[in-house]
Design a protein around this ligand. Structure first.
Ligand code: ZN
Length: 221
């Protein structure tokens, strides 16, 4: 039997060969087709494009659905001009929803890792916090590992050879892989990651499947 590979964060619903967590932006939730696993969150980039209070309510309303596997993507971004206090406010509210429904977070974080670690400490959350599209440096990675974060790597990290040490530093039981909104297929992402980690694809698939099972159960496997 072929084991399906897992794409922990994607913006494109597609291929039957993988199990995906489809990212749905909160503002699109009411109109989205939600037959398979998905996550939903208010993205920090979108705060002034949508009605954020309404979005938070919508996320909370959908969070009870079984196939809504995680809250997010949500998070913090220090590169954009969006008021940081506002970003923090809505991130905090989404952490609270995650806690209330006991669902993991899928996190967008750009140059705000120390802020993120502060949030995790303050929340005392024991839920998995998965940083998606991860491409931090080695020092930050070590700190995040100590703070019990999970990491999801995609093409940005895998196609940058300077970042390969970072991938190797992530403990296998904290790693996921993703396509995000990129053009690289999930099969290619697995193949790149296996090469960088110098392991065979079955081994890689197995430990990522184990991670998924541990966090999300095996209903979707
Ligand atoms: Zn994304």
């Amino acid at each position: 039997m072929i084991m399906k590979i897992i794409d922990i964060h994607t913006h494109r619903a597609n291929d039957a060969l993988s199990i995906q967590i489809l990212n749905v932006f909160a503002q699109n939730l009411p109109d989205a087709e939600l037959n398979s696993p998905f996550s939903a969150g208010l993205h920090p980039w979108d705060i002034d494009l949508v009605n954020p209070e309404e979005c938070i309510k919508t996320i909370e309303r959908f969070a009870a659905q079984k196939n809504m596997l995680a809250i997010g993507e949500c998070g913090l971004d220090r590169i954009i001009s969006m008021d940081f206090a506002l970003q923090e406010r809505y991130f905090r509210q989404q952490i609270e929803i995650a806690e209330k429904f006991r669902k993991p977070l899928i996190i967008h974080c750009v140059r705000a890792y120390s802020d993120l670690m502060k949030f995790k400490k303050a929340s005392k959350s024991d839920l998995p916090w998965i940083i998606h599209g991860y491409a931090g440096n080695l020092d930050i990675t070590q700190s995040l590992i100590r703070h019990n974060f999970y990491f999801s790597a995609g093409e940005r990290l895998l196609k940058d050879s300077r970042k390969h040490d970072v991938l190797r530093a992530i403990p296998p039981d904290r790693l996921f892989l993703e396509t995000d909104d990129g053009d690289t297929s999930i099969a290619e992402i697995y193949s790149l990651a296996a090469q960088v980690l110098n392991i065979d694809q079955e081994t890689l698939t197995q430990f990522i499947t184990d991670n998924f099972k541990r966090i999300f159960g095996n209903v979707y496997l």
